[in-house]
Design a protein around this ligand. Structure first.
Ligand code: FES
Ligand code: FES
Length: 160
C-alpha cells in the first residue's frame, strides 16, 4: 500500500506516494534524492537527520513519511540559494570553523536555523541547550556555538 502526500519542499510543491512504514528521512534521501540530510543513528539520538518542518527542527528519521502531508519542509539544500551563495548560517559555520568532517553539519545548521528564527539574540547557554539533540564527534562544540553566535550577530549587523 502507498499513501499519496503533498507538501512543500524547499519552496517547491511536491506530490509523491510513500509507503506507510517509511520515514521522512527515507523520503528525502531515497525518493527525492536530497542526500544533504544525513543518516546517522536512525534512533533520534544524533540529530544528523534534522530538517525544519513548519518552522520546527525535527529528527526526520523518526518522522513518519505519511505525516508530511500538508507541511512545509526546509532541508539543507533549501538554504543555498541566490546563485549558490551560502546562507547566513552556513557562511557563519564556515567562517567560525564550525565544521570538520561535516557529517553533523547539515543537522547542526538546520537546528540553528529554526532556533535563530525563534531566538535571534541568544546567550551561549541557550545555544548549547538548543543543540542538545545534535552530536558532533569532531569539533568539541565550541566553534559551533561561536558560529551560531556569529550568524546571530550578522543578522543584526551584516558587517559583523
Ligand atoms: S539519524 Fe536521526 S537522530 Fe540520528
Ligand atoms: S564535524 Fe564531524 S561530526 Fe561534527
Amino acid at each position: 500500500m502507498r499513501i499519496p502526500v503533498r507538501f512543500e519542499l524547499n519552496g517547491h510543491a511536491v506530490e509523491v506516494e510513500v509507503a506507510p512504514d517509511r520515514t521522512l528521512l527515507d523520503l528525502l534521501r531515497d525518493t527525492m534524492g536530497e542526500t544533504g540530510t544525513k543518516e546517522g543513528c536512525r534512533e533520534g539520538e544524533c540529530g544528523a537527520c534534522t530538517v525544519v518542518v513548519d518552522g520546527r527542527a525535527v529528527n526526520s528519521c523518526l518522522f513518519p513519511a505519511p505525516e508530511i502531508d500538508g507541511t512545509r519542509v526546509l532541508t539543507i539544500e533549501g538554504l543555498s540559494c541566490d546563485h549558490g551563495r551560502l546562507s547566513r548560517v552556513q557562511q557563519a559555520f564556515l567562517d567560525a570553523s564550525g565544521t570538520q568532517c561535516g557529517f553533523c553539519t547539515p543537522g547542526m545548521v538546520m537546528t540553528a536555523v529554526a532556533f535563530l528564527a525563534e531566538n535571534p539574540a541568544p546567550m551561549d547557554t541557550e545555544i548549547r541547550e538548543a543543540l542538545t539533540g545534535n552530536l558532533c564527534r569532531c569539533t568539541g562544540y565550541v566553534q559551533i556555538v561561536e558560529a551560531i553566535q556569529l550568524a546571530a550577530r550578522r543578522s543584526r549587523d551584516p558587517q559583523a
